[in-house]
Design a protein. Structure first.
Length: 402
DNA sequence: AATACGGGGAA
DNA sequence: TTCCCAGTATT
């Protein structure tokens, strides 16, 4: 039995004693964030979705613009998914945006007034809202208690209660412990926010500032003196103070290094660019990328044999862009192409153009592009060569899929 | 229980 | 470089 186990049962009083100092600290030091100035469930909902796996600093750049564009759940429900995706461009995890849009349609319940979920369970039935987000929205918007367990609260609570990481039943214990903060609690919403704030500001993963922590004197990990050293092999790791990699801590080995995928993107020597939406179920679904295909590379003079640009000829290599995803890299060779002899008409009137979108560089500003496509567009616009800055000559089918 | 999902910031 | 982040859904 680890030192923590026999004490956990007596921990009901621990949170009660820590609560006042925690809230006092929060009142004194909490950051002024836009979603903390409201009790509007919609505003809090949007913030919680954006904040999934995304830092406050990044979300701040998106949140206000999103709320201006879609001030109410009805506005969001009515909006085109393309505009929602455009507003999300660069935030990542685009499934969040699609789920948010779909869930808005459910809540807005047009016609008629919105039907707001009245409990954690009801929130959790909406797509994109799991137990933790449901708890956060509910507790913050109604100031009634519900536990949460995001990365911050997980770390704070794990340390506070001395729950070893990488052990069986860890998750259940963490949820139970997190729920303990709701005991006899006059300010449920602020408590959850304070716990998240504590994890974000002081109770950091690698170097917690225990000296400044308002609840350090009640903290199980402090009592054990474990905040000063890393977990060593053979003993349960207390909450991650820089866990060593490997199996010693019960964690999975780190994944193999990122591979590099190669691709070509094709830019017509004259006329607009061709964008294609990424297919259903694929990474970055629905976002537009500059037309092309996977390839180790093409050389000037070669005739393209694949896809829509089949029968076009490579004129020159313009430049390359690279992009890093979580699990791989992508290297994209951007090639200038012209229709091969006799293909000029077919090239424009191609069958696939119906489901693909042509857009000038300037028009592409309004489209939801992948990170790679955005880099290509930016680079093309910065080119001084006037031949590269093409404009529409013979307007092809209207931009689509955007 | 493991894995996919993106991107940016920080150490 | 590597790690981390106000997680969820799927398998």
């Amino acid at each position: 039995m680890s030192p923590s186990d026999d004490r956990l049962s007596s921990d009901t009083g621990r949170t009660r004693k820590a609560l006042a100092p925690l809230l006092a600290w929060y009142d004194r030091t909490s950051r002024d964030l836009p979603w903390r100035r409201t009790r509007d469930p919609y505003a809090i909902w949007v913030s919680e979705i954006m904040l999934q796996q995304t830092t406050v600093k990044t979300v701040l750049r998106y949140y206000e613009r999103f709320m201006e564009r879609f001030p109410t759940v009805e506005d969001l429900a009515r909006a085109e998914l393309a505009l929602v995706l455009k507003s999300w461009e660069g935030l990542g995890y685009y499934q969040r945006a699609r789920n948010l849009h779909r869930a808005a349609g459910i809540v807005a319940h047009d016609p008629g007034p919105p039907r707001w979920p009245q409990s954690v369970e009801e929130w959790q039935r909406l797509p994109g809202i799991g137990r933790s987000t449901a708890g956060a929205i509910h507790s913050i918007s109604t100031d009634r208690w519900a536990p949460i367990l995001d990365a911050n609260v997980r770390r704070v609570t794990g340390r506070f209660f001395g729950i070893p990481s990488g052990t069986k039943g860890e998750l259940n214990r963490l949820w139970e412990a997190s729920d303990g903060w709701g005991e006899d609690n006059p300010r449920p919403g602020d408590t959850n926010q304070a716990l998240m704030e504590l994890g974000a500001v002081l109770c950091l993963p690698a170097s917690p500032a225990c000296g400044e922590c308002p609840v350090a004197s009640f903290c199980q990990t402090i009592e054990c003196g474990r905040e000063e050293r890393v977990a060593s092999p053979g003993e349960p790791a207390f909450f991650p103070l820089q866990e060593p990699l490997g199996r010693s801590s019960g964690r999975r080995m780190k994944k193999s290094p990122a591979s590099t995928r190669k691709r070509v993107a094709l830019v017509p020597a004259s006329g607009p660019l061709l964008f294609e939406p990424r297919g259903e179920g694929r990474l970055l679904e629905g976002l537009l990328e500059v037309a092309g295909f996977p390839s180790a590379g093409l050389s000037p003079g070669e005739t393209v044999a694949e896809g829509f640009f089949s029968g076009w000829r490579v004129v020159e290599e313009l430049f390359s862009v690279r992009h890093v995803y979580s699990h791989f890299r992508e290297e994209v060779q951007v090639l200038r192409v012209i229709p091969a002899e006799g293909k000029e008409r077919e090239a424009i009137a191609g069958e696939k153009s119906i489901t693909e979108g042509w857009a000038t560089l300037s028009a592409s500003e309004g489209l939801a592009l992948t990170g790679v496509a955005r880099k290509i567009v930016r680079k093309l616009r910065s080119q001084e060569d006037p031949d590269v800055l093409t404009e529409i000559r013979d307007p092809p089918p209207a931009p689509e899929g955007a």
